[in-house]
Ligand binder design. Structure first.
Ligand SMILES: Cc1cc2nc3c(=O)[nH]c(=O)nc-3n(C[C@H](O)[C@H](O)[C@H](O)COP(=O)(O)OP(=O)(O)OC[C@H]3O[C@@H](n4cnc5c(N)ncnc54)[C@H](O)[C@@H]3O)c2cc1C
Length: 487
């Protein structure tokens, strides 16, 4: 008798709910990760996410196999490959951490049905968030639709037991795993064992290397701990520095939380147990993360492109594919917007303030459908997460849950003056503006033509006039809003 721990977006071996429970069964535990072609095939052949996962898996598998346990890497549809593995290896139970992404829910339901038919038990655990689905509801037993009320209820409910570590002791002996004969090998199945196992290369998976290892982002769960320790030192100043993209004010832990190379409990515990406004603001951001996961779990239709507020499904978007292309190619002529998009494309990261500014610019200045921008971020963000990305885009487009009111529009120049006053961030990503004097850096078109030719001859003019676009956008939203709701 042995059991299987199925890793998905939880690529670590410490504080892991499913693995902790699997080990506690007292039975030998094998591990598995599935590369699903349905998810991989549409991706470009150079994809930082795939490489991030690949690095994290190597680290996980090394620790795992050092303890004498066997780890399987599969390439195939989980609905078939997991039940086949279970059958081949004589597995009696499968343990995994829940994922509320609608596609994942469907997959897990299917896999579970196949496994139960085979007589295999299936156990799932909460691990990805602190509170999930129905754990925080309002007094009518309904999901909260206002963040501040959700946050209050979340903080009232939280206790040390919610953040306790789920212990994992891989050093405890595992008598039988590595002595079993290996399952019959077939293409798309790598059996990892110390000494004689195999591990797929990136090219085995159909991918090639990106610039990931050249970025200042430590990888794997060891990298996540390094980043967390670095952030804990800076956390007291988080509330003061988090909005300034040129400063090292935020944690940069988004991708590690996304792929579970860091336990969100561990991060939240530090924020919850530390006094002061920096820690409180950090905890609030982690509560936003739970909030959007909770919203998606109650509104799976959001994944199909529906607005959270149905009245905005009728909103018109005069922005054209050409306007979208200007934004995608970072040629808007608004320096902070262009610098932010370059940051995204060069690193797979974009600072939160800049995500809000670029999203607002696309949806309200260029008047392009927010779903196009959502898809662009989904393709490029290393920390892409359906719930948070959809939440962020719908917040910016004012179509979402507790979103930015539609009659409040970000002014891209004012935002730039406020959050990148000296243009340090702009200059980092736009060498075209390296010599531009501070007073013109946020709106170069305002300088006299002769100065433009002198200071930034290679930069481009603005693609849209903010004041004109603002009026058109207010009209569009007003058409979908109850009368009286406006400035
Ligand atoms: C248009 C738009 C799209 C976004 N897309 C994503 C996405 O795909 N994936 C994603 O994880 N976040 C997304 N966010 C939220 C936020 O921008 C990122 O979580 C954050 O910038 C990640 O950087 P960090 O780890 O340094 O954040 P920090 O400021 O250090 O925050 C710590 C953690 O808190 C969580 N968090 C912070 N802000 C938010 C938020 N507003 N919503 C949900 N969780 C939050 C994240 O897990 C983050 O890693 C989006 C925001 C917007 C406006």
């Amino acid at each position: 008798m042995k059991v299987l721990c199925w890793f998905r977006r939880d690529l670590r071996h410490d504080d892991h709910a499913a693995l902790s429970a699997a080990l506690a069964s007292g039975l030998p535990v094998e591990g598995v990760f599935v590369f699903d072609p349905a998810l991989l095939t549409p991706l470009p052949r150079e994809d930082r996410r795939v490489e991030f996962i690949w690095f994290a898996l190597q680290e996980l598998v090394t620790t795992w196999t050092r303890s004498g346990r066997r780890f399987h890497i599969l390439y195939g549809q989980p609905e078939y490959s997991i039940p086949r593995l279970v059958h081949q290896c004589g597995i009696t139970a499968v343990y995994y951490n829940r994922d509320h992404d609608p596609v994942a829910l469907h997959r897990d339901h299917e896999v579970g049905q196949y496994l139960r038919k085979q007589g295999c038990n299936v156990y799932s655990f909460k691990d990805q968030t602190i509170f999930e689905h129905n754990e925080i509801l309002n007094s009518q037993g309904r999901p909260f639709a206002v963040f501040t009320a959700y946050r209050r209820a979340w903080l009232d409910r939280i206790g040390a037991s919610d953040l306790r570590t789920h212990p994992v002791d891989l050093a405890a002996p595992c008598p039988t795993c590595s002595d079993d004969p290996p399952p019959p090998s077939h293409p798309g199945h790598w059996v990892c064992l110390p000494g004689n196992g195999s591990f797929p290369s990136l090219s085995d998976l159909g991918f090639s290397a990106t610039n990931l290892t050249h970025l200042p982002l430590p990888l794997g769960s060891r990298g996540a701990q390094t980043l967390l320790n670095d952030f804990i030192e800076r956390m007291p100043h988080y509330h003061e520095r988090r909005d300034y993209p040129a400063l090292k004010g935020v944690s940069y832990l988004g991708a590690h939380l996304r792929f579970g190379t860091l336990s969100v409990r561990q991060f939240a515990y530090h924020a919850w147990s530390t006094p002061g406004p920096g820690a409180q603001t950090t905890l609030s951001e982690l509560i936003w993360r739970d909030f959007y996961q909770m919203i998606l779990s109650h509104r799976p239709d959001l994944a199909d492109g529906h607005c959270f507020l149905p009245r905005f499904d009728a909103l018109c978007y005069p922005g054209t594919p050409a306007d979208f292309e200007i934004w995608c190619s970072a040629h808007t002529g608004y320096p902070l917007v262009d610098a932010a998009l370059r940051q995204l494309h060069q690193t797979g990261y974009m600072h939160n303030r800049l995500r809000m500014i670029t999203a607002s610019f696309l949806t309200k200045d260029l008047q392009v459908d927010w779903r196009w921008g959502e898809a662009h971020f989904a393709r490029h963000l290393l920390d892409f997460d359906l719930a948070a990305n959809n939440g962020g885009w719908q917040w910016s487009a004012s179509t979402g849950c507790d979103a930015q009111p539609w009659f409040r529009l970000f002014n891209p120049v004012t935002q730039s003056e406020r959050f990148d006053a000296q243009g340090h961030f702009i200059r980092r990503y736009l060498p075209e503006l390296a010599d531009c004097p501070d007073r013109w850096i946020h709106a170069p078109w305002r300088m006299p033509a002769s100065s433009w030719a002198q200071w930034c001859p290679d930069y481009w003019p603005p693609c849209v006039d903010h004041a004109t676009a603002r009026l058109a956008t207010l009209e569009r939203y007003r058409a979908c809003s109850p009368s009286g709701e406006s400035t």
